[in-house]
Design a protein around this ligand. Structure first.
Ligand code: GDP
Ligand code: MG
Length: 302
């Protein structure tokens, strides 16, 4: 990718900019909210916990503001090296943020103290998500418990999925931005290269299609990405698993399961890139990759 170029002469003197990180435990809806705030799908969303493994940067820009949103992996106690690397990226996103959106699930009985510990005393808005699933007043006891534990900038009940109060949250964020120039060109939506999103889309389909430990044992590595001006782009991706049995499950009888992943992924990749592609998937076994530093690095973790 080329270095971003920003012409500061075009920037109004009252321009505001900030890093805003979305944090909370797995599955509260951080990635859904990031996509809702940006008005486009950048971060993968699945019903399973711990889908997001990196911090994902999404850029919102208008005439007078730029907000760099960081979607993060859910906060957990790490059990293997991949999870350590995931928590490392959460800590970075907390440290880098001017403001946090701390997300809770409206249906929780108790505050998520593990996540609260991690954010320390950084300024945070409490976003009580999935409010579409209950009556708003049913969330009050949870909100009260949170407010006894620390001060929040404000509390917003919202539904990232239905878009309820996402505009209110955006307005509250905008009120709190410091003066500053944009960090990225105004037409940029992320800093990750296209191949990163292609791998993420494939990973999303694996999470959606397979059960139990298979998705968690899977990494996706783009082995070849050939842009072909007079044909479809060729993308060759390796789906890496830890055991031979998982490879069998991924491929399925007569290759049918893998074919389904390929078709679903290709359609989303084409929608994301805005052009047709030729997608080839391979399955590889790399035993215990989630605990091996060299492999973790080569798949883009840490
Ligand atoms: N009902 C409801 N479901 C939601 C809402 N936000 C997210 N979800 C669902 O919760 C699950 C986890 O969402 P995701 O964004 O991946 O959570 P993350 O792990 O915090 O990034 C997905 O099945 C989402 O569709 C919401 O506001 N209401
Ligand atoms: Mg997520």
């Amino acid at each position: 990718m080329t270095e971003p170029v920003i012409n500061l002469d075009d920037i109004p003197p009252d321009h505001r900019s900030a890093y805003v990180s979305l944090v909370g435990k797995p599955n509260v809806g951080k990635s859904t909210l990031m996509n809702a705030l940006l008005g486009r799908k950048l971060s993968i969303v699945t019903p399973k916990a711990q889908t997001t493994r990196h911090r994902i940067l999404g850029i919102f820009s208008d005439e007078t503001t730029q907000i760099i949103f960081l979607d993060t992996p859910g906060i957990i106690k790490p059990r293997y090296k991949l999870q350590e690397s995931m928590m490392h990226s959460v800590h970075g996103a907390i440290a880098d943020a001017d403001l946090l959106v701390f997300m809770a699930d409206a249906r929780q009985d108790h505050p998520d103290t593990l996540s609260l510990e991690q954010i320390g005393d950084r300024p945070a808005i409490l976003a009580v998500n999935k409010i579409d699933l209950i009556q708003q007043k049913e969330a009050l006891p949870l909100v009260e418990q949170y407010m006894e534990l620390r001060a929040f900038e404000t509390v917003i009940p919202l539904s990232a999925l239905k878009g309820f109060n996402v505009d209110v949250l955006m307005a509250e964020i905008k009120k709190r931005l410091p003066l500053g120039p944009p960090f990225y060109p105004k037409d940029m939506i992320s800093e990750h290269p296209e191949r990163f999103f292609v791998a993420e889309i494939i990973r999303e389909k694996v999470f959606q299609q397979y059960k139990q430990e298979v998705p968690y044992s899977t990494a996706v590595n783009i082995a070849n990405y050939e842009e072909r001006p007079d044909g479809k782009d060729l993308i060759e991706a390796e789906i890496v698993v830890e055991r031979q049995t998982q490879k069998g499950i991924l491929i399925g009888k007569g290759g049918r399961a893998l074919k389904k992943v390929g078709t679903a992924a290709r359609l989303d990749i084409e929608a994301f890139l805005g052009k047709p592609v030729f997608l080839k998937l391979f399955v590889k076994v790399r035993s215990d990759w989630r605990n091996r530093d060299v492999l973790l690095r080569s798949y883009g973790y840490r």
